[in-house]
Ligand binder design. Structure first.
Ligand SMILES: CC(=O)N[C@H]1[C@@H](OP(=O)(O)OP(=O)(O)OC[C@H]2O[C@@H](n3ccc(=O)[nH]c3=O)[C@H](O)[C@@H]2O)O[C@H](CO)[C@@H](O)[C@@H]1O
Length: 368
């Protein structure tokens, strides 16, 4: 069997990193001798998360363009040139058979250079509205794997394949992990568990809201697993002293967190939404209003309109949250309805379908 070399680039936030890791894991299963190299942004979370998943990573000195005039923006042209330069060196030296981009700033220069060197390339777009990096790359790569309909508005139609977003394999088996999860998180098995997720970086507005509702949660006799994000842990960690509240910076065992949960309150970043469909629990989405084209609201709407989750915008929280939460918690029927409807929206074969497309590109490389 030929020993393939694969470059995977993506990052900045978990939403771009975990799809990349899921694709690598599936490729490794099919071709165990494959050599992988990840390329990320040198100051972002991929530099920690990718080695933790067992892969090598190189960092580029790159960041996005801010809307304001800042020092970071003034440095942008230099960072871009430095990144293109380093990306070129990496591609030349590693000589990949295929390049895969999962979005985020670093994938721009890397895939740009891979394409220039005629390496067969594929990008994976997680959202219903693509970021600038993938929009630019779409003209040059061979294949574009997407999770939503309607992306021909942004990408060349003939390159689009609808696969869904890659999901880590360990999330597919959460039904059998409830006991393990209860002991992992030291939960009270007589209480319902609410999992609060702010996306990979945490969400300030959700944290503030949850803080203001701690008495409400305790009156409703639920316990909280509350992921608050690295930026907010100092402010909120003290609540771990409250009975039935545990505050986490970041959850490394999402499989167990999902397994433990009876109700999930979550941001609606693309991977979170895809995972929650597979996980099949009752969800209350609180989309971030601060992302491009308000895409998190659109992600959540695509689920809520199928009566498969509850959607509460940030500015509706004060009026609606308590009633919605109480009626969900008290109605098993409603919980079952949401669970069964959200499961119907899962695209559980996404990783495998994407890797099928990668295989086609690998074969393309051989025939060159
Ligand atoms: C504020 C922002 O810019 N958010 C964007 C970012 O979100 P974000 O990085 O939050 O991405 P997603 O919601 O798509 O995915 C989060 C990922 O992190 C994992 N996770 C999260 C928390 C935790 O404690 N442990 C953990 O492992 C989740 O299981 C999931 O795999 O990228 C998404 C995908 O492009 C976009 O849709 C979001 O709008």
């Amino acid at each position: 069997m030929k020993q393939y070399k694969v470059i995977i680039s993506g990052g900045g936030t978990g939403g771009h990193i975990y799809p990349a890791i899921a694709i690598a894991n599936e490729l490794k299963l099919r071709y165990p001798t494959t050599e992988f190299l990840f390329v990320g942004a040198s100051d972002r979370m991929e530099m920690e998360k990718v080695p933790k998943a067992g892969y090598k990573i190189e960092g580029l000195w790159i960041a996005g363009l801010q809307r304001k005039l800042t020092l970071k923006n003034l440095l942008f042209p230099f960072k871009l040139i430095s990144s293109l330069w380093k990306a070129r060196r990496i591609v030349r030296k590693f000589k990949p058979d295929v390049a895969i981009g999962t979005g985020g700033f670093a994938s721009g220069p890397l895939l740009q250079m891979a394409v220039r060197k005629q390496v067969p390339s594929l990008i994976q777009e997680q959202n219903s509205f693509p970021g600038i990096t993938n929009k630019l790359l779409s003209k040059k790569v061979q294949a574009i794997c997407v999770a939503y309909d309607g992306l021909e508005r942004f990408f060349p139609k003939e390159k689009i394949i609808k696969t869904g977003n890659p999901i880590r394999q360990d999330l597919l088996t959460i039904d059998s992990k409830r006991n393990e999860a209860a002991s992992f998180f030291k939960l009270d098995v007589n209480k319902k568990t609410v999992l609060v997720l702010g996306g990979s970086l945490g969400a300030r507005a959700i944290n503030r809201f949850v803080e203001s509702k701690l008495d409400f949660f305790s009156q409703n006799d639920v316990q909280l697993i509350w992921q608050c994000g690295k930026l907010y842990i100092e402010e909120y960690s003290r609540y771990t002293e409250n009975e039935g509240v545990q505050v986490h910076t970041f959850l490394d065992r999402m499989d167990l967190a999902y397994a433990a949960a009876d109700v999930i309150i979550s941001r609606s970043g693309a991977s979170s939404v895809s995972e929650l469909c597979v996980v099949g629990k009752p969800v209350i989405f609180i989309p971030s209003p601060n992302v491009a084209e308000d895409h998190q609201t659109k992600n959540a709407q695509s689920i809520a309109k199928e009566n498969a989750a509850i959607l509460i915008r940030e500015n509706e929280l004060d009026d609606r949250f308590e009633n919605e939460f109480k009626s969900l918690l008290s109605s098993e029927e409603k919980q079952k309805e949401l669970e069964s409807n959200i499961k119907k929206l899962a695209l559980a074969n996404a990783t495998s379908d994407i890797v099928d497309e990668v295989e086609k590109l690998l074969k393309l490389g051989i025939s060159k």
